[in-house]
Design a protein around this ligand. Sequence first.
Ligand code: FDA
Length: 393
Amino acid sequence: MTRRYDVVVLGAGAAGMMCALKAGQRGLRVLVLDHARAPGEKIRISGGGRCNFTNLHAGPANYISGNRHFAKSALARYTPRDFLALVEKHRIAWHEKTLGQLFCDDSAKDIIRMLLAEMQAGDVELRLQQPVGAVEKSEDGFRIALDGGVVEARALVVATGGKSIPKMGATGLAYRIAEQFGLPVTETRPALVPLTLEPAMLEKLSALSGIAVEAEVRHGKTGFREALLFTHRGLSGPSILQISSYWREGDAITLSLEPDVDLFARLKQARRDNGRQAVQTALGEILPRRLAQFFAEDLRLTAPLADQSDRALQAISTAVQAWSLKPAGSEGYRTAEVTLGGVDVGALDSRSMQAKAVPGLYFIGECVDVTGWLGGYNFQWAWASGHVCGEAL
Ligand code: FDA
């Protein structure tokens, strides 16, 4: 038996649920399909279980896309304050952690419960553990084959996310549907992901595994100033995840450790105050001890500060604050928070997210070639693109 809806949304993630609740509350008959056992699984694990659900400063400049103007319309029409109003309506306690990043006080599950309650208010039907079969155009909409029959809808919204964390149900279905309907898909790659190092470099840095330090990490003109973490695979921490979205194979990145410290001036001062001090000890007042030891050994700095020339102190500063490293690769989709690239924004209407060449077909959320920085920006894109789509259906 074929059941008819106004809208079928594929994917009960952040974008799909937002779109469905908006469309349902506008009086449309909405069905949401997901192959997972529970809705919003990525919301549940996000932000260490507390969901960094938005960023107060979210704007087009915080996103990477084939067209940096594309996200403007949706982000302006559904802002972080709009989402916050919803959170407050549901009396979910929240706090700002840092840099405009808003988190739940208690649990990310509060956000999922909120979205489900709003979907219920819009009489949205949600079917879980529902593998999606063939999708095709019908006379006046779309036909979707399911295990237990066929559903039809005037509009089809694809919100199945990207390729990151396949273990959690990511499939790349959105890209296949886009290609089936002749829409271009830009190259996809893991983003917001730890970077790996060559075995020789890894061996050299093995003693540093587990150390976190404040850093500015740069790739060309782009730089992020946040924590950096040395791991047994390479480099991680917020600053590395951020730069991973810009880094490409073969490129070097530059690390400046403790970038707020004028290291050269501090070392000269230490030489004046206590010339007999070992360089490693002086460095250890600025950097974590193991890191100071690493630089002292790597640069063979055995002589005390008094025996170090300005040139030598400058060289130490450069090693610590203009450290050029060539990552070997990334940890890939297994640990990437998001997928860079996706459905080409040139093929979509930025006000509604509708495919320009296929009326009734919409793409929202992570499957679109709009990728946010770390810090609540990706959920804000999911909410904003879902909301404007839900309004336009
Ligand atoms: P999302 O991936 O959320 O949803 C897609 C849905 O489609 C899923 O429910 C999936 O099961 C379903 N689906 C996929 N293929 C299907 C198929 N073939 N058939 C049926 N259903 C299918 N962002 C942020 O802003 N703040 C944060 O704190 C975090 N933290 C974070 C932590 C971790 C570990 C990860 C992996 C990611 C984050 N993110 C984040 C990123 C954020 O989770 C991501 O940007 C959004 O979930 C994207 O929302 P979507 O709705 O587009 O996809």
